[in-house]
Design a protein around this ligand. Sequence first.
Ligand code: SAM
Length: 233
Amino acid sequence: MYGKYWDAFYHRTYASGKALWDVPPEQSVLEDQRVFGSAFEGVGTVADIGCGTGEQSRYLARFYSKVIGIDAAPRAIEIAKQHTPAANTLFEVGDLASPEFAQQLHQAHGDMNVYMRGVLHQIREADREQAAANLLHLIGDKGALYLIEVGKNIRDYFRSATNSFHELPDAVQETFISNLPPHGVDEEEIHRLFNQKQYRLNQHGTGYLNTNLLLRDGTAVKIPAVFGLIARN
Ligand SMILES: C[S@@+](CC[C@H](N)C(=O)[O-])C[C@H]1O[C@@H](n2cnc3c(N)ncnc32)[C@H](O)[C@@H]1O
């Protein structure tokens, strides 16, 4: 289900442009690295789950011995592969919400760190526990998980920013709204999903996700976000 929907999205959007969250690493993973950097020192493999066109995976490949970019959309993976000559990077199609997802990946690559930007909030509530269990399975004993997600206050943000959003071209407004479901993730949910059994939420907080959208006055549109850093006790 995720693959079909997202594949159609990538075919449509990348025929003539980019998704709004597709920003250079300096505006995304590099900022996140200040939080996850030392926690990712335990293992050399990093999975970028929901990697999209692989922008962050390409950055991570400079620091870790193996990077696996995974996305449910075959078209996103195709584009990622076209851009990536790095020998230490693999791109694969995979569905985080599938019960078999983590087992196969972990069997092939062992414990790994996981980087995830803007994916859990796109997973249906009913699939989130499975997705969380998969992520914990991947990090195993030695890895760590860093995720940054659209915050639950996204609705309030839209409401308070309505005047500014109306300055965006219609097509952009439409993309923005149709691809950001009004339900996000909050710190409480991160705590519930990941602070369990042998795993601990070592850091969490609020921040923002950069987009490539600009208002008419040149102000960059930033989406409120929550982040978490999880590892084994
Ligand atoms: C908002 S985009 C973020 C892309 C990328 N992480 C970034 O920050 O540029 C969400 C990505 O998650 C992928 N995705 C959605 N559901 C997924 C699932 N169940 N399994 C794997 N990837 C999924 C989508 O195809 C999309 O590329």
